[in-house]
Design a protein. Structure first.
Length: 238
């Protein structure tokens, strides 16, 4: 945890906050924080600053919040469209989205996406939020990503919300067919489609190309979804 993330609703009127669970344990057991120590902290969807430790045990920590004047880390220009991966990969992908400052992401069905993935416990809203919060704490970010789900590519493209977010962005598809090398250094918002580990079907690639996506290559090896996302992020980072 590189940032102690606080929900504004947790703060008392006097500016104190009492924490329990994993955050208190981290403060006491990992940071070895003592009374008077100041910790890097941030408000969910808000600024960052510091919080003073007033008391700390393994089960409970009392902190006094100072002025949070540092604005959130700027949003990434990358907007991923990801074929829903297996639950363990899904959780890692959520973690990466939040830790990398990606603000909007779309998960979609595809021909090679197992239908059982949609019924996984990892898809429960509470589980999704927990992974995103964990990613924010790791990356030192505060803004919770907007994660949206669609059952198919066609359903996704029929969503006016998707067109509003992505309509004028650069559009790439991580797929080796007729691909060009993946470009580097985004200068504008870039939507990038990542298929299942077995890849998009040809008809799905055709559909993406008809909607303005250019196939790009990340090399000859087949990557897991979460690694493909990380590779794209690193390649396109300004």
């Amino acid at each position: 945890m590189n940032l102690l993330l606080l929900d504004p609703a947790e703060l008392e009127k006097d500016g104190t906050v009492r924490l329990d669970g994993y955050r208190a344990e981290h403060i006491f057991c990992i940071l070895h924080a003592k009374k008077g120590d100041r910790l890097r902290a941030g408000l969910l969807n808000g600024n960052t600053g510091t919080a003073e430790v007033l008391g700390s045990t393994r089960r409970s920590a009392l902190l006094k919040v100072g002025d949070f004047t540092v604005p959130p880390i700027p949003a990434s220009l990358l907007i991923p469209v990801i074929a829903l991966p297996r639950p363990q990969s899904f959780k890692k992908t959520l973690h990466f989205l939040a830790s990398a400052g990606i603000r909007t992401a779309f998960f979609t069905g595809a021909a090679r996406v197992e239908k059982s993935y949609w019924n996984s416990a990892a898809m429960e809203p509470e589980a999704v939020r927990a992974e995103l919060i964990n990613g924010l704490e790791q990356g030192g970010c505060t803004v919770l990503p907007d994660v949206r789900f669609h059952g198919s590519l066609r359903e996704l493209f029929d969503d006016p919300g998707f067109q509003t977010v992505c309509g004028h962005a650069e559009k790439l598809a991580a797929h080796p067919r007729n691909a060009i090398p993946c470009p580097r250094k985004m200068t504008t918002a870039t939507v990038c489609a990542i298929g299942p580990e077995g890849g998009f079907l040809d008809r799905e690639v055709d559909f993406l190309e008809r909607n303005g996506f250019k196939p790009v290559s990340l090399g000859p090896c087949i990557l897991r979804v979460e690694f493909a996302l990380a590779a794209l992020y690193g390649r396109l980072l300004p």
